[in-house]
Ligand binder design. Structure first.
Ligand SMILES: Cc1cc2nc3c(=O)[nH]c(=O)nc-3n(C[C@H](O)[C@H](O)[C@H](O)COP(=O)(O)O)c2cc1C
Length: 369
């Protein structure tokens, strides 16, 4: 019996060869929003992993939308040119489809890189800036408060998402994933804890969803026929916050507007969140979205074992498993999973001689496709 993990599945117009996707992971290694040779190394080696899809890290649609001053952006010709160089190198050696996560960090922008503590940087510092959000409510009481976006500000953010989607299309990127999770700008609109607006963008669920849905529509039309997916937090894990029921309603609204898939993560919005971290801890959230929609759904979060991943897609809790830390730690995880299940996986010609003695039929080469 073939492992479901290694069966193909379509996401919109794109056929993916298996159910393992690489989750977006910020590298904090860009210069002024421009990718560097670190990205060639990082994305290049993940592109040889045998996963079905490689997702480029949270990529800011505006400079103020970067989490840190070292984040990747796609808001200028310079950013686009730098990304083109990286993609050309990666694509020369891998045909793995590539997604990009388009993002705006909202009130969680202007932070330091994690290995320097990740604290908020004040606007007066050369590496900091004034943050913007739905309401002037800071993430933590001791933070500089964001400025509430006015109508012009909303239009600028929406247009920036559309522009970055158009740049992504020009770069030949296969999938755009809109970042509406982890307490960043679009999630801040969704959650009543961060959205205190009194206009048509705040209050009821319909109003809180309005701006994220407008951004979706703008990206959808800028990215033409190609798949557009959305990453959501399934819950804030905090009293009075965004819930799984609201997530399901949001997913249905997205589906009705032509969304091609939902990637279900959680948390990140409330500094006092209580997250029940453990293996597969976010899978029940993915399951709830999957049960209520017909779109492909990805589950993520502490999925580390082959049988665990197979159980998630095999039982239909989700269609895809997304790996982040797991695949950084072991970039050949999909090869090992294929060996475990006795199926074939793609490997580059240069590495064919690494096929283990006990797995004589593990590798398919690019020419066999
Ligand atoms: C180094 C690192 C960078 C991350 N950057 C992003 C990001 O850019 N966008 C995002 O949505 N999630 C980001 N995440 C979260 C992961 O995509 C993933 O949801 C989370 O790590 C749980 O999956 P895991 O248990 O397989 O690591 C990041 C996680 C790590 C470890």
């Amino acid at each position: 019996m073939t492992a479901k993990l290694f069966t193909p599945m379509r996401v919109g117009t794109l056929e993916l060869s298996n159910r393992i996707v690489i989750a977006p992971m910020c590298q904090y290694s860009a210069d002024d929003g421009c990718m560097t040779d670190w990205h060639t190394i990082h994305l290049g080696h993940l592109a040889l992993s045998g996963a079905a899809l490689l997702t480029i890290e949270a990529t800011a649609v505006k400079p103020e939308g970067r989490i840190t001053y070292r984040d990747v952006g796609l808001y200028s010709d310079e950013c686009e040119a730098a990304m083109r160089d990286v993609l050309e190198s990666v694509r020369r050696w891998s045909d793995m489809p590539i997604a990009i996560q388009l993002a705006h960090a909202g009130r969680k922008a202007s932070s330091d890189v994690p290995w320097k503590g990740g604290a908020q940087i004040p606007p007066s510092h050369p590496d900091g800036w004034q943050t913007e959000a739905p309401s002037a409510v800071p993430f933590r009481d001791d933070h500089n408060a964001p400025v509430a976006l006015d109508r012009d500000g909303l239009a600028r953010v929406r247009d920036a998402f559309a522009d970055a989607a158009a740049r992504s299309a020009r770069l030949g990127i296969d999938v755009v994933q809109i970042h509406a999770a982890h307490g960043y700008l679009l999630h801040e609109f969704l959650s009543p804890l961060s959205n205190r607006r009194e206009d048509e963008y705040g209050g009821s669920l319909e109003n809180r969803m309005r701006f994220p849905l407008e951004v979706f529509d703008a990206v959808r039309s800028a990215f033409a026929e190609r798949p557009v997916t959305v990453r959501v937090s399934g819950t804030d894990w905090a009293d009075g916050g965004w819930t799984i029921e609201e997530t399901v309603a949001f997913a249905k609204a997205l589906e009705a507007r032509g969304c091609d898939g939902v990637h279900v993560s959680s948390g990140g919005l409330a500094s006092g969140q209580k997250v029940p971290v453990g293996p597969s801890y976010q899978v029940p959230l993915a399951r709830a979205v999957k049960a209520a929609t017909r779109m492909p759904v990805a589950a993520v979060g502490l999925i580390t074992e082959f049988e665990q991943a197979e159980a998630i897609v095999g039982t239909g809790d989700a269609d895809f498993v997304a790996l982040a830390r797991t695949i950084l730690y072991d970039p050949r995880w999909p090869w090992h999973a294929a060996a475990h299940f006795g199926v074939r996986v793609k490997a580059p010609n240069q590495y064919l001689r690494s096929q283990p003695m006990h797995h004589r039929d593990l590798f398919s080469t690019p020419s066999e496709d």
